[in-house]
Design a protein around this ligand. Structure first.
Ligand code: HEC
Length: 183
């Protein structure tokens, strides 16, 4: 418990209920009405991985955070980004090629919380309905997003309507600029 408290950067004086609330996060019931950022197929940073099936994802952000981002190029406190991971299937007899989205594989949540170490926390819901479970700081979610996300640990380079805004406002991260070299 102490380690968890430290990882969350929370005061040990918080009541037990408040600490529990940080450990899990309900999937926002209306996230499908939020702002849609992108859909990607089989994005993977590992060159050795051979996926056993194709995957498509959908990314949503809460409208208030999106509005703030358009003005500032940065995410405000309490931004919630959702990544819905779905099986990709082929339409069989209907079409000769192409894939469409089918059942949910899992759902990932990335939330900005100024109180926690690194200011962002990741949660995973195993089926898109059950509460998301907090990922520990040692999980690869944190390092990959920190090292490769174009701005503030988010993968703006894959969100075509927002990337230009971050570029114009000068909010791309130093690690991203270093990784991609001068443009
Ligand atoms: C090896 C790199 C890598 C790791 C590890 C990783 N991600 Fe991501 N993540 C990405 C990429 C690339 C995207 C960009 C968009 C896409 O897939 O469409 C992304 C996007 C996201 C988004 C959408 C919002 C954002 O931050 O850009 C969420 C939510 C997310 N990931 C959650 C997670 C969680 C939870 C974990 C750990 C269980 C995780 N990720 C681990 C590479 C990674």
């Amino acid at each position: 418990m102490r380690r968890l408290l430290c990882a969350l950067g929370l005061s040990v004086f918080l009541p037990a209920a408040a600490v529990q609330a940080q450990d899990t996060m309900p999937v926002p019931s209306n996230y499908r009405e939020w702002v849609f950022l992108t859909s990607s197929m089989d994005l993977n940073y590992s060159s050795t991985a051979t996926p056993s099936h194709h995957m498509l994802d959908n990314i949503f952000v809460n409208p208030e955070a999106h509005k703030a981002f358009l003005q500032t190029g940065t995410w405000p406190d309490k931004t919630i980004l959702i990544k819905e991971n779905r099986m990709a299937e082929s339409a069989g007899t209907l079409s000769k090629a192409g894939q469409f989205q089918a059942g949910m594989m899992n759902l990932e949540i990335h939330i900005k919380d100024e109180r926690v170490a690194g200011k962002w926390a990741f949660f995973v819901s195993p089926d898109g309905r059950a509460d998301g479970k907090l990922m520990p700081q040692s999980a690869s979610c944190y390092s990959c997003h920190q090292d490769h996300g174009a701005s503030d640990t988010t993968f703006l380079q894959f969100y075509p309507t927002l990337f230009g805004i971050a570029k114009d406002k000068g909010t791309l991260s130093a690690s991203y600029l270093k990784e991609t070299g001068p443009k």
